[in-house]
Design a protein around this ligand. Structure first.
Ligand SMILES: Nc1ncnc2c1ncn2[C@@H]1O[C@H](COP(=O)(O)OP(=O)(O)OP(=O)(O)O)[C@@H](O)[C@H]1O
Length: 241
């Protein structure tokens, strides 16, 4: 989960330290007792100061340190699944009913150029996962988001309280994607992805199993039932203390 680690470190720190890894490693090996004492004093000072001072983006600043434990007042939901399974339709309905902020990652990537160019074979942008995580870090920490993307293993695990994987019968999905103009490898790859339940496996290996939920999305009734389930869950969600 390199992206998640990187996403926790403010961009400015990543840039500043980008050329230093060899030096840091050497210095670690050479540490003596005095260096440890100095580090402890600096750490204690920063911890004390963090209560009162608006420290800049330092790895020991409150922004960095409190991230994993900060209590969200509203939950974050990730809705994932193969393209065409109904993520955007479902998320926009849930967002309307709950006032969660709908984040369509594919749209965000296009709008903010969070990509490494265009893939001619699959006719899509090549997402830059680090840029996406950096872009979303602060709003995800606040909570109250429903994130929609056909992938899930690069987001930090701590962002989500519930991960929903939408699934669609292969023949239904084939027709849906074909009617959207998908063809060739883009069409077959997505259908294979659905047959082998790639997204469900990815979700189960990336998040605690008890927050991952698979929901069928073959017809309009399924959408309506799934929206009701997710709205109910959101309304009953209790922040962990
Ligand atoms: N359960 C469903 N029943 C009927 N139609 C559906 C269902 N789910 C999605 N559709 C239809 O399939 C098309 C694709 O839906 P949608 O854009 O919500 O999927 P998506 O998973 O967000 O796709 P992508 O990942 O490409 O953005 C839309 O025309 C939508 O109306």
């Amino acid at each position: 989960m390199q992206a998640s680690i990187k996403a926790r470190v403010p961009k400015s720190n990543i840039a500043a330290n980008a050329s230093f890894p060899p030096l840091v490693r050497e210095e670690t090996c050479r540490r003596d007792f005095t260096t440890y004492v100095q580090a402890a004093v600096v750490t204690l000072f920063l911890l004390f100061a963090s209560e009162t001072l608006p420290l800049p983006d330092h790895p020991l600043s409150p922004r960095y340190m409190s991230s994993p434990d900060r209590v969200r007042r509203k939950p974050n939901i990730l809705v994932t699944g193969t393209p065409g399974t109904g993520k955007t339709t479902t998320c926009s309905l849930v967002a309307e009913a709950t006032e969660l902020r709908h984040i369509n990652v594919s749209e965000l990537v296009k709008q903010k150029n969070l990509h490494d160019g265009w893939d001619d074979e699959f006719h899509c942008h090549v997402i830059n996962e680090d840029l996406v995580c950096d872009e979303l870090e602060d709003i995800m920490e606040e909570g109250g988001n429903i994130v929609d993307y056909h992938g899930c293993d690069f987001f930090p695990e701590r962002w989500f309280d519930r991960v929903v994987v939408l699934q669609t019968d292969n023949s239904v999905l084939y027709d849906r994607l074909a009617s959207r103009g998908y063809m060739g490898p883009k069409l077959t790859n997505n259908i294979e992805c659905e047959i082998f339940q790639v997204l469900l496996e990815e979700a189960k290996t990336s998040y605690p199993e008890d927050i991952v939920m698979a929901l069928q999305s073959d017809c309009v009734d399924d959408i309506s039932r799934n929206v009701t389930t997710m709205v109910e869950w959101t309304k009953n969600w209790i922040p962990s203390s």
